[in-house]
Design a protein around this ligand. Structure first.
Ligand SMILES: Cc1ncc(COP(=O)(O)O)c(C=O)c1O
Length: 419
């Protein structure tokens, strides 16, 4: 279990300790969240935050960088080993800045990019109109088909019409395996670069539980804090030396300033954990749990987008299943200490602030030790809550069950002893 902290600043101390209590008492199903080990936490909270070091190991604009050089080099080498790539940049402050730098390295301003729409499960940085990617580039989007699946023939057809400079695959809310080879073929057919944003599935790929884009994509971007279970941030990888140089320049001095060495250390510690045998077991369990969780919902005739899951997440159509919006469903679940996020569904008639779906993920609670059995119990609790949401007594009873379950599976200090 994480420890409470003590600060001279009592207001911040209070907020952090209340957040610790919230994290322990709630069941966390936000697909993009996880619980880092105490080692990752300590590295991230270390004195490395004091150090400036614009540039890259061995080529800094500041002196006194010998120790942060060692940290950044270890992070890079470990990351290269995990994904079997030649070049890696571990400095991106987030997945979004990783994407900004990667796109800039491949496409001139006002060039054409093609990613999946937000409502189908894409990310803001894949060309959404209010994001940099939709403002500084001509952006076009593909959608999933009527079954909620990627349709490679439709994507090829659209790519032939648009002739994009860059195709982006990899998503925020897509529960099925991605065929990176097919994306490569499409990109080759229209002369486009291919970028794979593996922010969500990076941990699964690292463990060999999802196919890898390394052979196929020109550039791979990711976050480090989702299934990869590391400190918050981004990464960029490639096997192309020329592209790697452009990426490095677009991170610094292009989009960022001094590297966040505390965060890079937190990433490095997590990468070392990813390289251990226990991480493979973890990733396997995430998927096993996700399948059991979604199957249980289907037993209650709940509509899952794409009909199931191959990874750590899935989206429920709550409009059709419970006549609730995503916003309503997520706030009902919040009342019983279950945290999920509202999510658009393909062809959603509701805005991204309301939505018709909720997205559920198993990475975080698998870290706390949940197995298929606990996820089946949880599906039952969620189903009961969404059906009986007007019955306060019922919600109170379910909340007690959730608290009991959460308390039985405290947040872990370390994952090294897991079998
Ligand atoms: C597919 C994808 N790419 C990029 C990001 C952006 O990551 P960050 O929030 O760290 O900027 C996310 C975050 O949810 C994501 O799902």
């Amino acid at each position: 279990m994480y420890k409470k902290i003590s600060l001279m600043d009592k207001e911040i101390e209070n907020a952090i300790n209340k957040e610790l209590f919230r994290q322990e008492e709630h069941i966390e199903l936000i697909a993009s969240e996880n619980y880092v080990s105490e080692d990752v936490l300590m590295a991230t909270g270390s004195i490395l935050t004091n150090k400036y070091g614009e540039g890259y190991p061995g080529k800094r604009y500041y002196d006194g960088c010998e120790n942060v050089d060692a940290v950044e080099t270890l992070a890079i080498e470990r990351l290269k080993k995990i994904f079997n790539v030649k070049y890696a940049n571990v400095q991106p402050y987030s997945g979004s800045t990783a994407n900004a730098a990667a796109i800039a390295a491949l496409v001139e301003p006002n060039g054409k990019i093609m990613g999946m729409s937000l409502s189908s499960g894409g990310h803001l940085t894949h060309g959404y109109n209010v994001n940099f990617s939709g403002r500084f580039y001509q952006s076009f989007s593909y959608d999933v088909d009527e079954n909620g699946l990627l349709n490679y023939d439709n994507i090829l057809k659209l790519a032939k019409e648009i002739k994009p400079d860059l195709i982006i695959c990899g998503y925020s809310a897509y529960s099925r395996e991605i065929d990176f080879k097919k994306f490569r073929e499409i990109a080759d057919e229209v002369g486009a670069f291919l970028m794979a944003d593996i922010a969500h599935i990076a941990g699964l790929i690292a463990a060999g539980m999802h196919s890898s884009p390394v052979e196929y994509a020109d550039v791979i971007t990711s976050t480090t804090h989702k299934t990869l279970r590391g400190a918050r941030g981004g990464i960029i990888m490639t096997n192309n030396e020329e592209i790697s140089k452009k990426i490095d320049r677009w991170i610094f001095p292009g989009y960022q300033g001094g590297p966040l060495f505390h965060s890079i250390a937190g990433k490095a510690v997590a990468f070392n954990e990813v390289l251990q045998p226990f991480f493979k077991i973890y990733a396997k369990n995430i998927i096993k749990n996700s399948k059991a969780f979604s199957n249980q919902f289907q037993k209650y005739n709940v509509i899952i987008i794409s009909g199931g899951t191959d990874n750590h997440l899935f989206t429920i159509n709550v409009k059709q299943s419970y006549n609730l919006t995503g916003k309503e469903a997520s706030s009902i679940l919040q009342k019983i200490n279950i945290t999920v996020n509202k999510n658009t569904i393909p062809n959603d008639t509701q805005s991204p602030f309301i939505t018709s779906g909720i997205r559920l993920g198993t990475a975080a609670m698998t870290s706390r030790g949940f197995s298929e059995n606990e996820f089946k119990i949880l599906a039952n609790i969620i189903n009961e809550a969404l059906i009986n949401h007007k019955d306060d007594n019922k919600l109170e009873e379910l909340k007690l069950k959730v608290k009991e379950l959460a308390n039985k599976f405290p947040i872990k200090k370390s994952y090294w002893n897991e079998k």
